[in-house]
Design a protein around this ligand. Sequence first.
Ligand SMILES: [Zn+2]
Length: 572
Amino acid sequence: MKVSMRKFRLAVTVLLGAGCLLFILGMGRAQAPAAHGPADTVIRNGRVHTVDRAHPEAQAVAIVGERVAAVGTDAEMAGWIGPQTRVLDAQGHSVLPGFNDSHVHFVDGGSLLSEVHLADVTTREEFARRVGEYARRLKKGEWVLGGNWDHERLPGAALPTREWIDAVTPENPVWLDRYDGHMGLANSLALKLAGVDRNTPDPPGGTIVRDAQGNPTGALKDAASGLVGRVIPDPGEEQLTSAIRTALGEARRFGLTSVQDISHAEEMRVYQKLLLAGQLTARIYGITPIQQYQHPAGAGIAAGFGGDWIRTGAVKGFADGSLGSTTALFFEPYNDAPDTRGLFNAMMLPEGHMLAMGQPADAAGLQLAIHAIGDRAIHEILTMYEEIARRNGAGPARGRRWRIEHAQHVRPDDFALFARLGVVASMQPYHAIDDGRWAEKRIGHERAKSSYAWRSMLDHGVKLAFGTDWPVAPLNPLLGLYAAVTRATTDGKYPNGWIPEQKITLAEAIEAYTLGSAYAEFTDAQKGSLTPGKLADIVILDADLFSIPPEKIKDGKVITTLVGGHIVYNAQ
Ligand SMILES: [Zn+2]
């Protein structure tokens, strides 16, 4: 879009003394020359927070086609309104760039909505009741799947065992994930089908939980889950499509216009099918398994390959497990389990295995996104990235934008290394207010101080990308913003914030959830801020987030979601 030079010079003359050149540049851009046609859509009367540093606040946005045409005051945008222009009144509420969740498991999330729900279960009886009720609807032999249970909510934080559910599932094998996906519960029939008994050794990177007699209790951690996982039949394309449709509906409702999905080939095919059918309503960045890096590399696919709707070129690996399952890998032992420091994921074993995949993947131009939660796992991945840079050289001109997924517990010395290597911290703020209920029991106060350390990350110059890990955490991004600015744990024990020095501002949190996530997928030039020329992915809320008390942010609702200028969700 052209800038009116005459107006621009005038503004400079009048206002330069005030020393706000950036403001003037913003105004210059907002005041479009008269030579433009009417907009397709104008959003007016809003508190527009653009996430564009050149022009951070506005009242109105004009959209032409699928892109933002201009941003400015209501008066400035009036010239964009023609007889055919759709005018949306934001009623003084927040207008933001659409949210971009940097880490979701879309199929798992969508499937879970039609599977057994145990996330809020607090007693053994209720656990069994829900599983039994679900199993009664199935045919003999069909799997009971789902779960999302959290034993921290159960009396004495007791791990569930197969005895809890065997009586209600005599004819159906059962596999119920813990909500973090790093542990699951099998019933006796599932263990039998998987051939797991007292003689089965723990696989590398996994634990078969056993009772005093040495018999498996049904709980399997990390790699041990695979023993049962391999006998569960894969969902067919129809099932995947229906799960993804459900997930897209959730995304629309919560103002998510882009998601970065931990995908497999099957999901990538479904996304393409939905795109061709005109049914894709969120932009997808597919992050595929690092074990299969040769597939994209062999097809010449590098980071950010694709179009505005579907991109790919990132590969994901795992360095460790999770804090909740005591499998996140630390330098020092767990406070409440002094016999363990956590586990390397099987991909890290034997030593050098991850590097043997990561180095050629990087050489092919693929983006590395490695799950690392404990301080030792994070340190290992940072030093592996350093080693890859040494071996592969400075790399393509695009820059690498390596990622660490979760990056939860960082040794204070490692923030500088994080920044120096330009590694993006792909984090899920809701985890802090959820895990914060019990994290200090596991790792003590000292290690907690640099946990979920958004303030330290930003202060060191590390780029943040926000998301949820849905279905590990709820998909609603407003819960994430609330978590980032309050750090108020879900049990109400820290109303002023757990480790409050790690809070960040609302503007910083929104940036991490929009432009930061776009940066993490190489699309910050196309989206992530309301800047003329960028894609018109926009969300209108039912409140002005900047003028309500922070504790109310979690109650906010999306009124309208636009993707590429099209309304894909409207609450009214
Ligand atoms: Zn995940």
